[in-house]
Design a protein around this ligand. Structure first.
Ligand SMILES: N[C@@H](CCC(=O)N[C@@H](CS)C(=O)NCC(=O)O)C(=O)O
Length: 81
């Protein structure tokens, strides 16, 4: 399962569209950037650039620990089954 840290912006939509098209299971975790939620310390451990989108893959292909990733271009290139 992938957690998508998201807000309703074009960069957020890029990732929700990719996840839908790839038919991958994901949960949306809203980050209201208008309220400054991108600066919450818990979110900064996932996205130290204080920007959405970001993801946490709880089942990475290598069977390792949950993997967090930020930057929409990197997320789009991240290989998944
Ligand atoms: N280069 C980044 C840009 C991400 C970005 O600018 N996100 C905006 C929303 S579209 C954001 O989270 N802004 C919050 C802020 O700057 O504090 C990417 O492609 O992921």
């Amino acid at each position: 399962m992938i957690d998508l840290y998201y807000w309703t912006t074009p960069n957020g939509h890029k990732i929700s569209i990719m996840l839908e098209e790839a038919k991958l299971a994901y949960r949306v975790k809203p980050i209201n950037i208008g309220r400054g939620e991108q600066f919450d310390p818990e979110f900064l451990t996932i996205a130290p650039n204080n920007r959405i989108p970001a993801i946490v893959d709880h089942s990475p292909q290598d069977g390792g620990q949950p993997l967090s990733m930020f930057e929409s271009g990197a997320i789009l290139e991240y290989p998944r089954r």
